[in-house]
Design a protein around this ligand. Structure first.
Ligand SMILES: *Cc1c(COP(=O)(O)O)cnc(C)c1O
Length: 376
């Protein structure tokens, strides 16, 4: 992957005050993004709630647990952050078509930002994707279903990207796209009153989000916005697609590609572009890597819903189950400030919990209610 580099010495005017004076969305951090807020393609991504999770904390034995609820973005996942930046850059480069290879959430974010920017849109998805994700994108414009898994869709899009002058947000625009992820780190720091937490648990697919959260924390440190970063960066992956966690746990530096077979489709990237860097950061930050069994994904979703009133998708289920394991194994301690990233909404992945939910159906009479429910 290519990296965007900044001339940090020219950013001496950046301060906590200049940030808080900015707009109420991710463009408040535009001095640390590769595009400026004046021409931003903005549908309101960013500044999502950071909530103190006392009920879930009590359940797990943690006193200082926080949920960063990024499903509160306009298309209900953190992908609005990266796509807002990539689309802005695509317009600057005078592309007329915005495109992506998506594991699901990226499709909706790209299609929505493409609509807002008035660009042609080409969104490619694997054909086995959840309905909520397909229709949640198709409403904004063109979605193309591909008979293949994500890695095959990605390969097709790389070939198309060589062939046509289209801005693929996560291929030829990837360096700019990735930078959008840093804003999640900036917000967490700002919302914790300008401190970096002790632990962050991150769902990992390509590793872009994970590596850029670390970059964001360290940029704030370098610029004197915060005094220290002692954050342990934990990786959460599902059993059916865990190349990065596996490499870390085996002490290897390069993840071996796998063919994904997981219920957490938004994390189903078998050949992660930032895999090597993710393993490196986990080691550097004394983080851990967790592999969550497939049947614990829906229990993670339920635990968060029942304790905090937040309905997350499968990636969030992976994060909550990983948090539970990290706590049980005493890697995360009771008093440590811990932030779990919830990156997408459960309403797009109903399929994952459908079989584990039971409901009563009654006739519209009091007798039927009493018989079925009240007298139980
Ligand atoms: C895309 C995505 C991620 C992380 O993806 P990376 O490729 O690792 O940046 C995490 N959660 C959800 C819900 C996603 O859609």
């Amino acid at each position: 992957p290519l990296e965007v580099v900044y001339d940090y010495s020219s950013l001496s005017n950046l301060s906590r005050e200049s940030i808080t004076d900015g707009p109420d969305n991710l463009w408040r951090y535009d001095s640390l993004l590769p595009a400026s807020r004046e021409r931003a393609v903005n549908i309101g991504a960013g500044m999502t709630p950071l909530l103190k999770a006392d009920n879930l904390g009590y359940e797990l034995g943690l006193d200082n647990l926080w949920i960063k609820n990024d499903s509160a973005n306009p298309t209900h996942s953190f992908k609005d952050r990266v796509v807002s930046v990539a689309t802005t850059k695509a317009v600057e480069f005078e592309f007329d078509t915005i495109a992506c290879a998506s594991t699901g959430n990226l499709a909706g974010a790209t299609a929505a930002h493409g609509a807002k920017a008035g660009l042609e849109t080409m969104v490619f998805v694997p054909n086995d994707l959840e309905e909520g994700k397909i229709f949640g994108a198709a409403i904004f414009g063109s979605v193309i279903k591909v008979n293949g898994n994500y890695d095959e869709v990605n390969r097709l899009c790389s070939e198309l990207g060589d062939d046509r002058r289209w801005a693929f947000v996560n291929i030829n625009m990837r360096p700019y796209y990735s930078e959008g992820s840093k804003t999640l780190a900036y917000e967490i720091v700002e919302q914790l009153n300008w401190t970096a937490p002790d632990n962050i648990i991150v769902p990992v697919a390509s590793g872009s989000l994970y590596t850029k959260i670390w970059k964001g924390l360290n940029e704030f440190l370098k610029l004197g916005i915060i005094e220290e970063v002692n954050t342990r960066m934990h990786i959460a992956q599902p059993f059916g697609c865990s190349p990065v966690s596996t490499a870390f746990l085996n002490g290897e530096s390069h993840p071996k590609p796998v063919v994904p077979n997981t219920i957490a489709k938004s994390l189903a990237i078998g050949n992660p572009a930032d895999g090597y860097y993710s393993v490196k950061i986990a080691n550097e930050s004394s983080g851990e890597a967790i592999i969550v069994p497939e049947d614990e994904v829906s229990s993670g979703i339920k635990l968060l819903a029942e304790t905090e009133g937040i309905f997350t998708e499968t990636a969030g289920g992976v994060v909550i189950s990983a948090l539970k394991k990290l706590t049980e194994s005493d890697i995360i301690k009771k008093d440590q400030q811990t932030v779990a990233l919830i990156t997408g909404t459960g309403l797009k992945t109903i399929e994952a919990i459908r079989d584990s939910i039971t409901m009563d159906t009654i006739e519209p009479t009091i007798e039927s209610f009493d018989e079925t429910i009240h007298l139980k």
